[in-house]
Design a protein around this ligand. Sequence first.
Ligand code: FMN
Length: 256
Amino acid sequence: MNALRTALSRSRLPLLRSSAVITAKPITAAHRRPFASTTPAATATAAMSKLSADTVLEHVRNRRTYYGLTKSLGDLTPARVEEIVKESLKHVPSSFNSQSNRVVVLFGAHHDKLWDLTAETLRAIVPAEQWPSTEQRIAGFKAGAASVLFFEDDAVVRHMQEQFAIYADRFAPWAGHSSAMLQLVVWTALEAEGLGANLQHYNPLIDDKVRKEWEVPETWRLTAQLVVGARNGGPGAPGQEKTFKPFSETYKSYGA
Ligand SMILES: Cc1cc2nc3c(=O)[nH]c(=O)nc-3n(C[C@H](O)[C@H](O)[C@H](O)COP(=O)(O)O)c2cc1C
């Protein structure tokens, strides 16, 4: 792992676009900011950034899984949902700014169709005794108002692999990371506006049907489905409180 890191850190510089190297200016004392400053402007900036971090964290905390959903979008219009998804899609980072994320949003009858074709797919493979619970679960997703389908474009991944052979085996997981970032932002943003949502993974079972139904390009690979609607009930599975591992198990810091 360390050897890989060393190899990557050594190899990264020559791969930077030459313009980035040419325009980079040496860091001088004037460029360096002190860690703390007592100027009024610095204090105001610090106060603002504290406030804005708290706002972000509040939304991070508030994002939950809501299974009970209705066909309403609450106070939101489909156009507002699209705006939120598109802004997220545009600004979420990707490795080397490769922009591998792709999204299809399904409203109304198209959302219903997605869950009908998912039910149809599962009906053919789920054991008969499990079908009633599966059918009920899918009906719960269909009861929502919209579905956001997340894809990774494998053509972008392949292009990056060709461009930067040294990272060839990294681009697929990095595209996955970028997709996960996008999923979290969209999920968090829609819930910040009062909607509920839950994240599903019926890929790859439904990929072919989705591709055919909504003319999805061959190279787009489905990674997740976010089901969205007005909340009908509280977060999480009924009767289950969300639990948290202690930081003593999950977190370390040094030098603070
Ligand atoms: C990568 C990932 C995959 C998930 N897959 C599913 C899924 O297929 N079906 C589902 O109902 N929830 C899925 N979830 C939701 C998690 O179960 C849920 O986020 C977790 O239990 C924490 O609950 P919360 O979302 O209310 O905070 C997934 C979440 C993540 C991050």
